[in-house]
Ligand binder design. Structure first.
Ligand SMILES: [Zn+2]
Length: 433
């Protein structure tokens, strides 16, 4: 009984820390009074927990505001320099690695192009480890200051250890990336062989989804689908504020839903998938004007520019818009979202041209009632949102546990105090521009 009582008190304390830390992170800077009003915790609890968080270096003062007739109220915020998080995007053509402080201000970045060997597993692991080492070195920080590394991958991410997995351990994580030739790749174990940092791995569309939900076009709604359109196509389905994973985490493979029985062959080996009509690789593969030896980004920009005078390019984009609209109608009928956000580098490039058609087609194919309540918008965080989203994986763990460090990791080094209070807002403002 005593043991149970002790655990309950500890859980409660941890819950209060998490609640305040999370609230300060997303809504701060806030005064103690505002924290009490928003979280429902007593003034005494706020005072105790905030005192602890300040002593731990996780929270710092951020100026003061006048209050009606009383003493000025001190504002508090999560200390940006308390620790750092790394985001890795294993993309279609490159591995991008960025290191952020806790306000998600970028401190260092590395772009490592994939070679002709494509997504050869050992090569990708080597590039990711090289990138992680580079950004930590360039930022001039110690490994112990890194709260974790988040990795977004193009494939289904399964946790072989099930619920027994140690968060941040990564060992049991296996990736099934059918379109890039990854069959049950033990990515967590392979990365673990080269780094002691906490590892968090998820599907790239889901990390993009988390970034848009936290800071971008998904903010303020709990029922959103974030579509990722790059070379391939994926989606993150958020219901009641949580990403929907399904039985083994493969939910959201929207790109491989069949839109045409017996249709074009897809990279996954099946036929008639949405991706085979909308993904950048499929689009460029069908355009005779696709230039040789340039990146997919450059080639897609040329396709878009050519569409004004090249009827073939125009027809391809019109067809893509129609399939995308029909695919979105399916999402509306299946999930009844408030909002559908189109992101990913190709989605953001295609968006301005195809969005009016996509909206029209979606309205024509979807049921009227749910469609009338759904808006279709472009993502706001730019083409690098997968990297930001990957970095939110260790950050989410940090906030959810009230600042607990992952098990079995080195103790926290002396925190730096050089964060800029407005950094998160600056980053978001930059991303939105
Ligand atoms: Zn497919």
């Amino acid at each position: 009984m005593a043991e149970r009582g002790k655990r309950t008190v500890r859980d409660l304390r941890r819950g209060n820390r998490a609640s305040l830390l999370r609230h300060l992170y997303f809504e701060g800077p806030l005064s103690r009074q505002e924290l009490g009003r928003d979280t429902g915790l007593s003034a005494g609890s706020i005072s105790n927990v905030v005192g602890e968080l300040i002593a731990d270096g996780m929270v710092e003062e951020a100026g003061a505001v006048e209050s009606d007739g009383g003493r000025p109220r001190i504002l508090l915020q999560v200390a940006p320099g308390y620790g750092y998080v790394v985001g890795v995007d294993v993309g279609e053509t490159r591995v991008r690695v960025e290191l952020f402080d806790l306000a998600l201000t970028e401190r260092a970045a590395a772009d490592l192009p994939l070679s002709d060997s494509g997504h050869d597993v050992d090569h990708v692991v080597r590039l990711a480890l090289e990138g992680i080492e580079t950004v930590v070195r360039e930022a001039g920080i110690d490994d112990r200051e890194v709260l974790g590394v988040g990795i977004g991958v193009p494939g289904i991410v399964a946790q072989a250890d099930g619920p027994d997995a140690v968060p941040g351990d990564g060992e049991g994580i296996v990736v099934h990336g059918q379109t890039i030739g990854w069959d049950a790749v033990p990515l967590g174990r392979l990365l673990r062989a080269g780094t002691a940092l906490p590892l968090f791995i998820d599907n790239g569309a889901k990390t993009l989804g988390q970034a848009e939900m936290w800071f971008g076009a998904g903010r303020g709604s709990g029922n959103v689908v974030i579509a990722l359109i790059g070379s391939g196509v994926g989606a993150c389905v958020v219901t009641n504020g949580k990403p929907y994973h399904g039985a083994s985490s493969s939910a959201g493979e929207w790109g491989h839903t069949t839109l045409r029985v017996g249709g074009r062959t897809c990279r996954c080996g099946s036929r008639g998938c949405l991706e085979a009509y909308v993904g950048a690789e499929a689009l460029l593969g069908r355009w005779p004007g696709t230039p040789e030896g340039v990146s997919e980004e450059t080639a897609l920009a040329e396709l878009l520019a050519a569409a004004d005078h090249d009827p073939e390019a125009d027809a391809l984009l019109a067809e893509a818009a129609e399939y995308l609209g029909a695919g979105i109608a399916d999402l509306i009928n299946l999930f009844n979202p408030h909002r559908i956000v189109i992101g990913g580098w190709a989605g953001l490039m295609l968006g301005p041209r195809v969005l009016p058609t996509v909206r029209e087609v979606a309205a024509a194919y979807a049921l009227h009632h749910p469609c009338a309540q759904t808006s279709i918008e472009l993502g706001r965080l730019g083409p690098d949102a997968v990297t930001v989203g990957a970095a939110t994986l260790p950050l989410a763990r940090f906030l959810d546990t009230g600042g607990e460090r992952p098990v079995g990791l080195p103790a926290q080094a002396e925190p730096e105090r050089q964060g800029d209070p407005g950094a998160l807002r600056n980053r978001i403002a930059r991303a939105v521009r």
